[in-house]
Design a protein around this ligand. Structure first.
Ligand code: AN7
Length: 364
């Protein structure tokens, strides 16, 4: 059966009515991929899964929130939406706004958006405005504009974004046969997603669908880690541009998720992020964007420190959220990989480059 999209599937848990004009790209139902190499690193028989949110229609988890935000904007009669973005929000907002017949304005930090995301916002017809400033500046500007003009803000401070994104937790529970994982690893930028997942798990616990809640394990990039440091970062830096955020909007909610779940919010260096990014690509066959690999980098950091040997329950599970597709940031993939080799259009030249003559016997 065709996936009807989140709103149809989880209608009874979402603030919609029979009259709500649903705007969907049939988002959700993303794969939960087993990652045996991460179990080996954990050093205990913890089952580890990757929730591949890159399989959403615009290639990131933002679609879960955007189907709700744009649907509710349409219901309220909005003609235009606006967002600040490190890239994925703008790609998703542009796509759903196009589908809803609304204008879309996206305010981006100049020169800090991965190419795939920029291409999406442009292709879906958004008005793209690049400011001489970072994401935090852009967010301040869009908050001011949406406060003064008749234009709907679709950043994650819009509560409908959180409502949509909480369905990620519902799906994981269903994919794990009505259980929450023991550990939920997730990258943290503006902190909407960790807030949404925690809300989703808590709602399923309240409904009696699950009996225990996961520990929320959030990860920021080391030089963009305001929550870890305990103060805003004026000039955040990281190659994981999606989470290059110095003053997260949902800061307090992220801290609440951490504390209520007895989890943690830690940081990983850009080197650790790239290492996890390459590990996933080369060992698990999963291509995510660098910011997404922060969740796995955090997992690997803890695994190496022996964390799971002390904390993992018997038969336990961990889920790492891979928030966006690797194709979002082709420049980074090319930069960290071996370059293609050029040679003459002759079999012998190709064989020489392959190193086959030396290594493999001829067939027959
Ligand atoms: C791939 O697009 O903030 O902690 O403006 O694109 O909910 O912000 C993106 C964030 C993680 C962090 N992974 O999620 C934006 C934006 C990817 C992301 C995050 C983002 P939040």
């Amino acid at each position: 059966m065709n996936n009807p999209g989140l709103i149809e599937k989880y209608r009874k848990y979402l603030p919609v009515s029979a009259k709500t004009p649903v705007v969907t790209l049939n988002e959700g139902e993303t794969p939960l991929v087993h990652a045996p190499s991460l179990t080996r690193l954990a050093g205990v028989p913890l089952k580890v899964y990757l929730k591949f949110e890159g399989a959403n229609p615009t290639g990131s988890f933002k679609d879960r929130g955007m189907t709700m935000a744009i649907t509710k904007a349409k219901e309220a009669g909005a003609k235009a939406v606006i967002c600040a973005s490190t890239g994925n929000t703008s790609a998703s907002a542009a796509a759903y706004a196009a589908r809803a017949g609304m204008a879309c304005y996206v305010i981006l930090p100049k020169g800090a958006i991965a190419l795939g995301k920029l291409a999406q916002a442009m292709m879906h017809g958004a008005k793209v405005i690049a400011i001489d400033g970072n994401f935090d500046h852009a967010l301040e500007i869009v908050k001011e504009i949406s406060g003064k003009y008749d234009i709907t803000l679709v950043n994650s401070i819009n509560p409908y974004r959180i409502e949509g994104q909480k369905t990620g937790a519902f799906e994981i529970v269903e994919q794990l046969n009505n259980q929450a994982p023991d550990f939920h690893f997730i990258p943290v930028g503006n902190a909407g997603n960790i807030t949404a997942y925690w809300k989703g798990y808590k709602e399923y616990k309240q409904l009696g669908i699950i009996s225990k809640l996961p520990k929320m394990m959030g990860w920021q990039a080391a030089l963009s880690a305001p929550i870890v440091k305990g103060h805003p970062i004026e000039n955040p830096k990281t190659l994981a541009t999606a989470i290059k955020i110095g003053n997260p909007a949902s800061w307090k909610m992220a801290v609440a998720a951490r504390d209520e779940s007895f989890g943690l919010i830690g940081s990983v260096t850009d080197d650790q992020i790239v290492s996890a990014y390459c590990h996933l690509g080369k060992i698990e066959g999963v291509f995510c964007e660098p910011a997404s690999a922060a969740s796995v980098a955090g997992f690997i950091k803890l695994a190496k420190a022996g964390y799971f040997k002390k904390t993992a329950p018997k038969g336990g599970t961990a889920v790492c959220i891979l928030t966006g597709h690797g194709l979002k940031d082709p420049d980074r993939a090319v930069a960290v990989s071996l370059k293609p080799v050029t040679c003459k259009a002759e079999m012998n030249a190709v064989l020489k480059v392959m190193g086959l003559k030396a290594r493999l016997k001829k067939k027959g």
